[in-house]
Design a protein around this ligand. Structure first.
Ligand code: PEP
Ligand code: MG
Length: 587
């Protein structure tokens, strides 16, 4: 029976595929397809893991027996019997074989896919004793996964669909898959960046949460904040994700499938049409040149930025190099190489590297989720606050960026500054990093220095920033969050997250105007810059530099080519002074 779940539209387009339900605790498991002739090898790996775990349990039982502890620990003995029984469970074994043989999932993926199915059945059981056996099953599967880790083939990035041997591509071509999860951290999303999934749905998350931002960077349809999606969608259900409307259709009828199939094809035609604008200069009808820059998360994203026609990188979110590493931070050499790759990848075009911005909805690793950490992580030790609290770590990053600046045109961008003292400390540490490199006799390059305006306190004291920095970049995602006191990652208040709230617009307009008066460059690098419904307004407010994910550049360029900024100015001033600016946006 067809039914629909609503969420927030975060990444455009339509995806149609079979659901793969993944719980975040299992995201460390490798997900990749195996060629048909390797399926039996995967089954053999599973069998070996099962035997190893059975032997391990057998040894524990034997130990208990020898110690005469069987009677002393009847519960433990019974538990081990249950684990042994679960290892032989027919539903587990046949299900796992099905995923491997029919779908060509690797062994670990097949095992966790089947675990999700059986775990749900346990959840639905009336008998509390049986319901509790779910935990036993999970333990057994975890043991098998651990055992397989020792003998597994790749455990990191799964092969990209179509990029592997032809046999691999052929094996999966006819089965598009969409990922359904309760929650995905930004680091989890990154792990799936090169994966086989053609769409995403999560139960939680706001429109400008970092999970949504990474989904947009992958340019595949995604819906977040879909509340109960991971509960109501079953493993292998057919699902349509409408990333434009924020709708997820489960078990669609043939009529709906045909309708969305047509919409999908129409989207492809539109993309093809837009791609012709790649080499067209971004100039308005009245001759204003507009700078279109790219937001990237990894050095390798520079390729996509150039392909989309970006004239530089306006925001390299360096924190993605720091996340999901179980607390082991990248050292100076690793960071230097990464920044250098980005600088060289952009072939002489400017690259703006933002210093690490972890905290809030970007935890360093999964074990330090913000909710476990502090009540209000967005207001806590994030971004520059964290860097200044850890000067040794910050100096490592600054030295790495300075060294990379010898290989291209590099700008340094500091997130979330609010206080004069923070500016002073930051600049002093940049000087210190230079001195340290001098002392080591190491080569480094010049840096243009920029500050992000993303806290209302900063937007209200722009001259303070202009006195110390070469350029400013407005981080509207956080500026909106902090101006309106709306957690950007919380879908429960997402209806109040309003980019055109008069207070937000006043802060943006004021920042742009003051930069113009000081003759210093300013860009917007929050999601607003890539939102085509905002292009006219930002141009009207005087913005001439936009930084966004490469996937959004051509659509924004199309808007720019149709605009006359001399006409937009007066209209933008009206919008700015209106009680309800949204009502004027379509004028
Ligand atoms: C912003 O806040 O607008 C921004 C670009 O930074 P981030 O989204 O990484 O917080
Ligand atoms: Mg920000």
């Amino acid at each position: 029976m067809t039914f629909v779940v609503h969420g927030l539209a975060v990444s455009r387009g339509v995806a149609i595929g079979r659901a793969v339900i993944v719980s975040s605790s299992r995201l460390d498991v490798a997900h990749y397809f195996v060629p048909a002739d390797q399926c039996l090898v995967e089954i053999e790996r599973l069998r070996a893991a099962r035997n190893a775990v059975a032997e391990e349990i057998g040894r524990v039982q034997q130990g208990l027996h020898e110690l005469g502890s069987n009677d002393a620990h009847p519960e433990l003995t019974a538990l081990l019997d249950v684990h042994l029984m679960l290892l032989q469970d027919e539903q587990l074994i046949s299900g796992v074989k099905h995923w491997i043989l029919e779908r060509h999932y690797n062994a670990e993926w097949a095992l966790t896919a089947q675990l999700e199915i059986i775990a749900r059945q346990f959840d639905e059981m009336e008998d509390p004793y049986l319901r509790e056996r779910k935990a036993d099953l999970e333990q057994v599967v975890e043991r098998m996964l651990r055992t397989m880790r020792g003998v597994a083939s790749p455990v990191v990035a799964p092969p990209v669909k179509g990029a592997g041997p032809q046999a691999l591509a052929d094996a999966v071509d006819d089965i598009p898959l969409v990922l359904i999860a309760h929650d995905l951290s930004p680091a989890d999303m990154l792990q799936f960046k090169q994966s086989v999934f053609t769409g995403f749905v999560t139960d939680v998350g706001g429109k400008t949460s970092h999970t949504a931002i990474v989904a947009r960077s992958m340019d595949i349809p995604a819906v977040v904040g879909a509340r109960s999606a991971s509960q109501v969608i079953r493993q292998d259900d057919w699902v349509i994700i409408d990333g434009d409307a924020g709708v997820v259709v489960i078990d669609p009828s043939p009529v709906l499938l045909a309708e969305y199939g047509a919409k999908q094809r129409q989207g492809e035609v539109e993309r093809e049409r837009l791609s012709r604008l790649k080499n067209t200069p971004a100039v308005t009808l009245d001759g204003q040149k507009i700078e279109l820059l790219a937001n990237i998360e990894q050095p390798e994203d520079a390729v996509g930025a150039l392909k989309a026609g970006a004239v530089g990188v306006g925001l390299f979110r360096s924190e993605f190099l720091f996340m999901g590493r179980n607390g082991k931070l990248p050292d100076e050499e690793e960071q230097y190489q990464a920044y250098r790759r980005a600088a060289e990848g952009m072939q002489g075009l400017p690259v703006t590297i933002r210093t690490v911005d972890v905290g809030a909805d970007k935890p360093l690793d999964r074990s330090t989720r913000p909710a476990d950490d502090h009540l209000n992580p967005s207001l806590g030790l994030r971004a520059i606050r964290w860097s200044l609290a850890e000067p040794a770590m910050f100096l490592v990053q600054l030295r790495a960026i300075l060294r990379a600046a010898a290989h291209g045109s590099v700008n340094l961008l500091i997130p979330m500054l609010a206080h004069a003292g923070e500016i002073r400390q930051t600049l002093a540490l940049v000087d210190k990093a230079r001195e340290q490199l001098d002392a080591r006799g190491m080569v480094y390059g010049p840096l243009r220095m920029g500050a992000m305006i993303e806290v209302p306190a900063a937007a209200l004291t722009v001259p303070l920033f202009l006195r110390h920095f070469d350029f400013l970049s407005i981080g509207t995602n956080d500026l909106i969050q902090y101006t309106l006191a709306i957690d950007r990652a919380d879908e429960a208040v997402s209806h109040l997250y309003d980019p055109v709230h008069p207070a937000v617009l006043q802060l943006i307009a004021g920042t742009i105007a003051q930069c113009q008066a000081w003759d210093k460059s300013v860009s917007v690098c929050g999601e607003m810059a890539g939102d085509v419904t905002m292009t006219r307004l930002l141009l009207g407010l005087g913005l001439r530099s936009f930084s966004m994910h490469p996937s959004q550049i051509l659509a924004v360029k199309q808007q720019i080519l149709r605009c006359d900024t001399s006409r937009l100015q007066a209209w933008a001033q009206n919008v700015l002074s209106a009680d309800d600016p949204a009502a004027l946006m379509t004028d």
